[in-house]
Unconditional design. Structure first.
Length: 618
């Protein structure tokens, strides 16, 4: 169901569009009534006309604007923004977003062979067929939103998406000499970094536009437009540091590694889960960079033989991004790792996850239940927290009390009470969860189930009228059941408390600028089966400047949903086996991670090798 997000008034709120008209104006009888001088008494109306939602201006004094342009009447599309003075109204249509998610997977001008790669005879319940030759050419990334966030704590300028989607165990080093120019990388690190930045498709700001903000919120180095030094006047260490941050932001890196070697230091980025070599710098410049970071984090600059942690921020044209800092002593000096907390690179709503329509409906339904448990499982860095945060954002926090227990709290959730655990003070997941149950919660998010005590308290809460979200480390959705039983949780608790288990992986999306069509091998045909019936070829990565030579740009979530039906509960209560679970799941709507991945391969979203890497054993 579409809805409106109203911002700019006394408090943000959501209005569901059920077919009734929504009037906007100063009078109290309007659905959106705001005492705003720019509003007329009856300013405009949002109404359902001829199968679509539209906004119509009611001959108002100051007019109505949609996406910056003044209108008299306009049909609304997903994420259109209506502005009236300070009032800002976002039109959100999750169904439209989900149905259109597959349309941005092709670039027909890049390869004439695309006409032969359109999926044939796909099961619509698994993934809708999209004729790739008809899909219009589109940019893979949406524009980076500009947000200004108060406070000093890490905020939704990233989530995991922070991890946008998160590190994976495998790493590769890619030599960027072919991309940034031949020669010794260490000879001119600034030009190497600038070259990478110039290859990025989006350039909303430059390095000189970055203001450095310390952990107390004080601006230490101002951007040039705010009166600070521009690139020509700034010192070398400030120029290089700003360039490193700009490179990380433009390449959508989740982490920056600055590693000392015997005669130089290397700068590597974790982009889409893989390590990419960006540049090399002299050791004396490394020492100056480390000193600058320590000043920003306000930690002891004289200590070099102990682990140090901190955080700082950047402000760029109204947008704030937080960085978490870790300094660790190594053989040749301290290694610096920056975690980039930038939510503009990651999905924040369910309709942005790119899941199948029936999966989206299932997750949204579960997110609005009054009780039960939703478990997310997968390895570290698979996007579990991002998915559960998206579910939490579907909850009306104005009418429900939502509390999160996390280790640590990294991303701000508006309207939720967020509690960090502290092992030194004896505050574990289990002890805080027991305390939270006395805080009259409606929704509880438990960062991770690690022991039987946490599992039992969480499941008992789910059975006594609370909606509980949590994560557990397991290989797949069926493995999560056996993991809980292995912890010692009673089978009746597992069977009756859990509503849904979501298994997740992250696969890299092919770069639309350089991917190429390749013929299917016999082994690939055998593995993918009927998914590729009638398809002579799929896509393979190549590598270009836009994707830093990796052949991939961005990531997609692979989801596997296991809903607890009566049949599943019966099996869990009777000492289940994997074959028993598979037999009962085969009778319902169940798609494995690998099968989901093969559908993305058939649509040209990712490569066969990438699915084998992240979900090949499933």
């Amino acid at each position: 169901m579409p809805f409106l997000e109203v911002k700019g008034g006394p408090r943000p709120r959501r209005i569901k569009l059920d077919g009734s008209s929504v009037s906007i104006g100063r009078l109290a009888d309007n659905v959106v009534a705001e005492d705003e001088s720019s509003l007329s008494r009856k300013h405009c109306v949002i109404e359902f006309v001829e199968g679509a939602w539209q906004v119509r201006d009611l001959q108002s004094r100051n007019g109505t604007r949609v996406n910056g342009g003044k209108i008299s009447k306009k049909r609304l599309a997903h994420l259109d923004v209506i502005r009236i003075g300070k009032l800002e109204i976002h039109f959100v249509s999750p169904e439209e977003a989900v149905l259109n998610a597959g349309t941005k997977v092709s670039q027909t001008d890049a390869n004439p062979a695309l006409d032969q790669v359109a999926p044939q005879n796909l099961n619509d319940d698994i993934l809708p067929s999209i004729p790739l030759s008809r899909v219009e050419k589109s940019k893979q990334e949406r524009p980076r939103p500009k947000v200004a966030l108060p406070g000093l704590q890490p905020s939704p300028t990233s989530d995991d998406v922070s991890e946008h989607f998160l590190p994976v165990a495998n790493t590769i080093d890619i030599d960027l000499n072919s991309i940034v120019g031949a020669g010794n990388m260490g000879s001119d690190p600034e030009s190497r970094l600038r070259k990478i930045c110039d290859e990025a498709p989006e350039k909303p700001f430059a390095a000189s536009d970055i203001s450095l903000v310390d952990m107390r919120g004080q601006i230490v180095h101002q951007a040039a437009e705010m009166g600070g030094d521009d690139d020509d006047d700034a010192s070398e260490s400030i120029r290089v540091f700003r360039l490193v941050l700009l490179t990380a932001l433009r390449s959508r890196a989740s982490d920056v590694h600055v590693e000392p070697r015997m005669d130089r230091a290397t700068i590597r980025l974790r982009v889409d889960g893989m390590m990419v070599l960006a540049s090399e710098i002299p050791l004396d410049l490394l020492r100056r960079l480390l000193g600058m970071v320590k000043i920003l984090c306000q930690i002891d600059t004289s200590q070099k033989s102990q682990v140090q942690d901190g955080h700082f921020s950047t402000l760029t044209k109204g947008q704030r991004v937080d960085f978490r800092v870790s300094l660790t002593p190594a053989v040749h000096g301290q290694k610096l790792v920056l975690r980039v907390l930038d939510t503009s690179n990651s999905p924040t709503r369910l309709h942005e996850l790119g899941v199948l329509p029936w999966m989206y409906e299932k997750l949204r339904t579960m997110a609005n239940r009054d009780s039960g448990m939703v478990l997310a499982c997968g390895p570290t860095g698979s996007g579990k927290t991002t998915t559960l945060y998206s579910c939490l954002r579907e909850i009306d926090v104005q009418t429900r009390n939502a509390i999160t227990i996390e280790d640590p709290v990294e991303y701000y959730l508006e309207g939720c009470t967020q509690i960090p655990i502290d092992h030194k003070q004896g505050n574990t997941f289990a002890t805080i969860l027991r305390s939270v149950l006395r805080q009259d919660p409606d929704v509880i998010f438990v960062g991770e189930i690690r022991d039987i005590e946490t599992a039992q308290v969480a499941m008992q809460a789910a059975m006594t009228g609370h909606l509980v979200y949590s994560t557990v480390h397991s290989r797949d959705s069926m493995g999560a059941i056996f993991r809980l039983l292995d912890l010692g949780v009673e089978s009746y608790l597992v069977a009756n408390a859990i509503n849904l288990i979501v298994a997740q992986r992250l696969c890299r999306s092919l770069c639309l600028n350089c991917r190429k069509a390749v013929r299917l091998s016999s082994q690939q045909l055998l593995k993918m089966g009927r998914v590729v019936d009638g398809m002579p070829s799929i896509f393979s990565p190549v590598g270009c400047g836009t994707c830093l030579g990796t052949g991939y740009r961005g990531r997609r979530a692979l989801l596997e949903l296991l809903e607890f039906s009566d049949g599943v509960r019966d099996v869990v209560l009777k000492r289940p086996t994997i074959s028993d679970l598979r037999n009962v799941l085969a009778q319902g709507h169940y798609i494995t991670l690998q099968k989901f991945g093969y559908q993305l391969v058939s649509q040209g979203v990712t490569s066969f090798e990438e699915i084998e890497r992240v979900a090949g054993g499933d």
